[in-house]
Write a protein that binds this ligand. Structure first.
Ligand code: NAX
Length: 324
């Protein structure tokens, strides 16, 4: 039998954790034939709640689930980890300045990056979900000098899936008709969902919708969807976020021709090297590759640059706080 893959989930007792763990254990993260071992990392106050979730995981008798470990120690949680889903983060509280938010998250993602560096398996793949996801991923990466930089990624797949869904609804086509969707930049309100390369039945999506809808409805609807979910549900996106995390890791491991993921820039498309920014990506042989050669018009250029500028500002801020 195959050795189980160790998957570490931080913030395991939170609402995304609750939506995520059962899908991992059922084989949707890596494949229906890959046994998994789960490691749940929580803060001490939430360990008991994580134990409750583990009881429910036991009660599913998942054939692929070979064990569950629960801990509040990152050195234990990441020991031998093959996949790390960094979900737990410090949310922005009312009146909190951006510097305070970045500093609080630096206190989480710095030590977790170091624990990954010191204890994870050689093939470790990291997906950061906890916000501000791109910059948290950068912090963790900078504390893990022995891990190839490209193994640290942040999630824009939820934005990508939202963009597909909005476009499919507008054009009244099945989501499966939409190809080559791209989210550029930061997982924040400045993100740029790009319809100039997306295709619907072989036609460029931007040519099938009017400019005003693209600019004034589509882009803000995708970018502000998280806030709309909070408004409607009274809680932030959880099952859809968990679903996107599953999609991201599944495609990273199993391959895809085109999706969106925030990965370390190699300078492509004018995005400064090292920033963890969302790009159109393919996954081949277990590695993300930025899709090259796309023409970027002035409209897209301006929006990509604005989101990338925000990422640069976040990087400057965490540098000046001594977090990287
Ligand atoms: P919850 O508040 O329900 O859960 C977070 C959990 O993390 C809590 O159980 C908490 O105890 C735990 N935690 C905090 N610090 C920790 C640490 N140092 N080590 C281990 N665990 C720790 O939040 P939830 O709704 O699950 O969201 C989690 C994160 O995902 C948030 O930062 C949220 O902003 C972010 N999101 C990111 C999205 C994306 O597309 N990238 C979309 C969904 C979501 O908003």
């Amino acid at each position: 039998a195959q050795t189980p893959v160790k998957v570490t989930v931080t913030g395991a007792a939170g609402q995304i954790g609750y939506a995520l763990l059962f899908r991992i254990a059922s084989g949707q993260l890596l494949g229906a034939d890959v046994p998994v071992k789960l490691s749940l990392l929580e803060i001490p106050q939430a360990v008991k709640a994580a134990e409750g979730t583990a009881m429910e995981l036991d009660d599913c008798a998942f054939p692929l689930l070979s064990g569950i470990e629960i801990t509040d120690d990152p050195n234990v949680a990441f020991d031998g980890a093959n996949v790390a889903l960094l979900v737990g983060a410090m949310p922005r509280k009312a009146g909190m300045e951006r510097g305070d938010l970045l500093e609080a998250n630096g206190g989480i993602f710095g030590p977790q990056g170091k624990a990954i560096n010191d204890h994870a398996a050689d093939d470790i793949r990291v997906l950061v979900v906890g916000n501000p996801a791109n910059t948290n991923a950068l912090i963790a990466q900078q504390h893990a000098p022995d891990v190839p930089a490209e193994r640290f990624t942040a999630m824009t797949r939820l934005d990508h899936n939202r963009a597909i869904s909005q476009l499919a609804a507008k054009l009244q086509v099945p989501v499966t008709e939409i190809k080559k969707m791209t989210i550029w930049g930061n997982h924040s309100a400045t993100q740029y969902p790009d319809l100039f390369h997306a295709e619907v039945g072989g036609k460029i999506a931007a040519e099938l919708v009017d400019d005003a809808w693209l600019r004034d409805t589509f882009i803000p609807t995708v970018a502000k969807r998280g806030a709309a979910i909070i408004e409607a549900r009274g809680a932030s996106s959880a099952a859809s976020a968990a679903n996107a995390a599953i999609d991201h890791v599944f495609d990273w491991v199993n391959g895809t021709e085109w999706t969106s993921a925030a990965i370390p820039s190699d300078g492509s498309y004018g995005v400064p090297e090292g920033l963890i920014s969302s790009f159109p990506v393919a996954s081949r042989n277990g590695r993300w590759e930025i899709i090259q050669g796309l023409e970027i018009d002035a409209f897209s250029r301006e929006r990509i640059d604005a989101s990338v500028r925000e990422l640069e500002e976040e990087r400057e801020a965490v540098r000046s706080l001594g977090l990287i």
